[in-house]
Write a protein that binds this ligand. Structure first.
Ligand code: 0WK
Ligand code: BGC
Ligand code: BGC
Length: 924
């Protein structure tokens, strides 16, 4: 017999004469008792098999696998975090089902101050049998009456009371306040409740009662209340274990392991409902005839088989069945039974706990048996004590095997070999049964040796825990309301987007006509997209994006080869003097030429200059104003091609032939147009944002000619600088704009592009922190630092493949003390900000392609848009949201978005090639 089996029946543990310890025994009667007691013996191997099988069922249920119904349900409870300790407020708690035929109402005051506790006031109400077995409405009306009776004696207003409903039965929860009863257990069998939302049934009953306006904020399983009621200071309990009339446990599982939850972030508390564990292979061998009889005579035969071997509602009954069995065979009580002994449920948990309690002594056992109408001999009392001990030891061991399965699951889910965990225990079996906890603890140590488990008795039976959940639910509900209020302005309706599209169209038309408009609609002197006949070697510069690049572009019959080098533009240069900036550019060119062995060669150069320039020709561009953090002096109003040529001149011995200056949108359109002739729009969504497209020359007032097309650089970044976007602008946009180096400028860009989205998010997080919604209201220095929340964080945080812990890692790097709720809210903030940006961008593209379609009087337009920019390319959802918005707002345009591979440097070279070809033709 391996060591586990003998657990609980150790010498000197108050079971002086239970037979198997090899003590001398009376002849055949003792064999019969032994044979009975033997049936309750569970071997180590059997316990391990139960542990393994239960673990298997738990993981099968978590995976949501179809096929044979898993033995345990693994029900998500929507409790995503263990208590902060900051929860405060007064809460009503209604407990139904934990303690069998009674319900309890509590008034719990949470002070929110660590260690400062206000004793809850509570009242217990016995539930009449006919109510436990009658119509559901009767039960809930009974509960509502008890609530009123309890509140009537309390000095409370009858308004705005918040209630936590501890409902200790298996339920499918779809929210903290939405829970459908699966099936009754533990002596309850009310009609018209299974399959119903029990929160609604309670709300309806309270309504019918009409005495108090009570908001049922949360419904909680008693195991969750127990776990959450864990005494602060010992560190959060992450397992809640209840053994009262029934038994069950809950624990904190990684949300990503719970298939039914489309949540891959954070933890969620799972109510295992192990009472229904019934794997024949594992449980069959340890079930006795008494277990089968008990189940057969129960209210729910075949169900809750595991619970019926452990729960306090059944221990007494098991003992009774054994005593009847032994009495009827003349082994006990001189072969006599009594009507009480023969009646079901006559031996209660209290009786068993008393009779087994070694300190109670034989006299007490005697008294209990006499109360049952028996006339026991001394030996009878001893045997009865052994029977109680055997039944309860097995219960504790089976409970330990189940708990060991949970610990193994936690080791798996947290990929931890050694686990340190606190288990909150609740229920009268723990409170009243002298040895249950010690047998449980010892058996767990043997079944889960790598787990350091501390058992923490739950205070006031979980009432405080339920209040904690209610406080958390109330806080989360309040936070959610504040979050929704804060993000609502970012949730743009179709009407609002269509309005932006219409406003954009109007501004485009005005800009083309040279009328006042926030869209400058700048002619680029690019009249055609590449036709594939371009040839030659070209130098290209690409300034204005994240990186400054110098490129050598070789255009041959075989295609385009590019070699390039990235150079940095230090902030002091970008915001220094113009001369310094252009000298720096020329230094980079010279360095590149040397590295490429091009020194001394004067290749045609195309300059991608990604800032608003009024062009008078391909190689003339007056900088209208800097954007995107550039602010070099003495440049605005200057022809940047001249500034470059002057810098070249200053750097003697350098020959460069600057042929064309193009905007990065144009370079991108040309670069993609080289592969796809349908590409007539260039879109940038990177540090900044902008779009260009091929416009009919007849519509361009500032350029002569009515035939043919010209590429127009819309400079849509400035859209709304005339206030036309104010209806959409939020307080956070205003803060970002005010703190920028160009307040009042580039308003559309500041709602969309990579330079600003992170800042918008940061300002929203600051606001939510000031409301106490995030980071427990603690403002951190880091979060108050400009640009600390990079836009790339949005792309990382919103990526589907990123588990919440990585989201947490990003935010913890920012020194933000956060919970999983916080991280989930930060995710929602990022999603709202990037979604608005993508939709606004989509509304802009819809305006452009619809313009082209109407320009050409087409029913349907097929067109491609060349796109570049880090935000568009790296953000996991941006591009699809833009495309979806364009489909929505421009249904008669079939738009293909082509991500530019080589950036606009290639495009600049192609423009230069076209210019050279045209120049050559005019020279001929
Ligand atoms: C790459 C292009 C460049 C453009 C940039 C925009 O080659 O011309 O300015 O994309 O994206 P960003 O680097 O600002 O994210
Ligand atoms: C119920 C569980 C409950 C347990 C302990 C079981 O019968 O199904 O929901 O947690 O009893 O009260
Ligand atoms: C500039 C545009 C440029 C865009 C994308 C904006 O800030 O004004 O010229 O195309 O950024 O880089």
């Amino acid at each position: 017999m391996d060591s586990i089996g003998s657990l609980g029946l150790q010498q000197g543990e108050g079971a002086p004469s239970c037979p198997q310890e090899g003590l001398p025994c009376p002849s055949n009667s003792s064999e019969m008792v032994q044979e009975c007691l033997q049936q309750f013996k569970v071997t180590g191997a059997q316990l391990r098999q139960i542990q393994t099988s239960l673990l298997g069922s738990m993981e099968q249920a978590l995976r949501g696998q179809v096929g044979p119904a898993p033995a345990v349900r693994m029900l998500p409870t929507y409790v995503g975090s263990t208590p902060h300790g900051t929860e405060k407020g007064d809460f009503v708690v209604l407990e139904l089902g934990a303690t069998g035929a009674s319900l309890r109402v509590l008034w719990v005051t949470l002070t929110g101050i660590e260690g400062h506790k206000v004793e809850p006031r509570s009242q217990e109400f016995v539930i009449p049998q006919e109510v436990m077995l009658g119509p559901g409405q009767q039960l809930f009306d009974f509960a509502a009456r008890c609530l009123s009776e309890f509140l009537d004696v309390l000095p409370v207003d009858n308004q705005g009371l918040q209630l936590g409903f501890s409902f200790s039965f298996p339920c499918h929860q779809t929210g903290l306040d939405k829970s459908t009863l699966i099936s009754w257990t533990k002596g309850f069998k009310c009609s018209d409740v299974e399959g119903q939302d029990v929160v609604q049934l309670l709300r309806d009953a309270i309504q019918r009662q009409g005495a108090y306006s009570i908001d049922v904020v949360a419904v909680v399983n008693d195991t969750v209340g127990t776990m959450m009621g864990c005494e602060p200071g010992v560190g959060p309990c992450e397992v809640g274990l209840v053994v009262d009339t029934g038994t069950n446990a809950c624990y904190m599982e990684e949300a990503r392991h719970v298939a039914v939850l489309d949540e891959d972030r954070g933890r969620v508390c799972i109510s295992i409902e192990w009472g229904s564990f019934s794997d024949e292979g594992a449980l069959g061998p340890v079930q006795t005839i008494f277990d089968h009889t008990l189940d057969h005579e129960s209210l729910n035969p075949g169900a809750q088989r595991f619970e019926k071997m452990i729960g306090g509602l059944y221990l007494g009954e098991l003992v009774r069945l054994v005593l009847v069995h032994l009495a009827q065979r003349g082994v006990l009580f001189g072969g006599h039974t009594s009507p009480v002994l023969r009646s079901q449920g006559s031996i209660l948990l209290e009786h068993v706990a008393e009779m087994e309690d070694p300190s109670a002594g034989a006299a007490r056992v005697h008294a209990v048996l006499q109360d049952l109408g028996l006339n026991p001999k001394a030996s009878d009392a001893e045997w009865v004590q052994c029977v109680c001990m055997a039944v309860c030891t097995r219960a504790a061991q089976l409970c330990a095997a189940a708990l060991a399965a949970v610990l193994s699951r936690l080791q798996h889910s947290r990929e931890q070999q050694a686990l340190q965990i606190a288990v909150a225990t609740g229920g009268r079996v723990f409170e009243r049964h002298p040895r249950f906890l010690s047998v449980l603890r010892e058996t767990v140590m043997l079944l889960a040796p790598n787990c350091d488990v501390s058992f923490i008795p739950s205070v006031d039976g979980g009432g405080r825990g339920v209040a904690m959940v209610t406080a958390v639910a109330a806080r989360l509900a309040a936070h959610r309301r504040l979050l929704e209020e804060t993000l609502a302005p970012f949730r743009l309706t179709r009407e609002q987007l269509a309005e932006v599209q219409a406003q954009m169209r109007e501004a485009m038309a005005k800009g083309l006509q040279g009328e006042a408009s926030s869209l400058r609609m700048l002619p680029t002197y690019v009249r055609a997209t590449p036709d594939g006949s371009e040839r030659g070697d070209f130098l290209a510069l690409d300034l204005g994006g994240t990186n400054f690049r110098v490129l050598l572009v070789r255009v041959t019959t075989g295609g385009v080869q590019i070699s390039s080098q990235i150079y940095s533009i230090p902030e002091c240069v970008a915001q220094g003097s113009g001369q310094q900036l252009f000298d720096h550019i020329v230094d980079c060119i010279v360095d590149f030429q040397q590295k490429q062995g091009l020194s001394g060669q004067s290749l045609p150069l195309g300059f991608t200059f990604s800032f608003p320039c009024r062009q008078m020709g391909l190689d003339q561009g007056i900088l209208l104003n800097w954007t995107k953090g550039f602010n070099a002096s003495d440049c605005e109003g200057q022809d940047v091609v001249c500034l470059l040529r002057e810098a070249i001149r200053r750097r003697q011995a350098v020959e460069l032939n600057v042929v064309a200056i193009v905007n990065d949108t144009v370079g991108t359109m040309m670069s993609c147009g080289y592969e796809d002739p349908h590409c007539e729009v260039g879109l940038i969504v990177g540090t900044g944002t902008n779009v260009c497209y091929m416009e009919e020359l007849r519509n361009v007032a500032s350029v002569d000619g009515d035939s043919g097309q010209m590429c127009i650089n819309t400079e849509w970044g400035a859209f709304g600088d005339d206030g036309s976007l104010s209806m959409l602008s939020t307080r956070f946009d205003a803060s970002v704009d005010q703190e920028s180096i160009n307040p009042g400028k580039q308003r559309f860009e500041k709602m969309i592009s990579g330079m600003y989205l992170g800042e918008i998010v940061r300002h929203i997080l600051l606001h939510l922190t000031s409301l106490g919604v995030l980071f427990r209201g603690q403002q951190t220095q880091r979060l108050q630092t400009r640009d600390i929340f990079k836009t790339k964080f949005l792309s990382e945080i919103e990526s589907d493949s990123l588990a919440l812990r990585q989201v947490r890692a990003i935010l913890e790097d920012l020194g933000l003390p956060l919970t999983s709720d916080d991280a989930l809210m930060v995710l929602e903030v990022c999603q709202a900000v990037s979604q608005r940006a993508a939709q606004l961008c989509g509304a802009g593209v819809a305006a452009v392609v619809e313009k082209i379609r109407e320009n050409r009087g087409l029913e349907e337009l097929t067109i491609s848009v060349g796109v570049d920019g880090t935000l568009y390319k790296l953000h996991p959802h941006f591009s699809s949201l833009v495309a979806a918005t364009v489909r929505e707002l421009a249904p008669r345009c079939v738009v293909t978005f082509l991500q530019s591979e080589d950036g606009s440097g290639k495009g600049a070279a192609l423009v230069t090639a076209v210019a050279c070809r045209l120049a050559q033709r005019t020279r001929i």
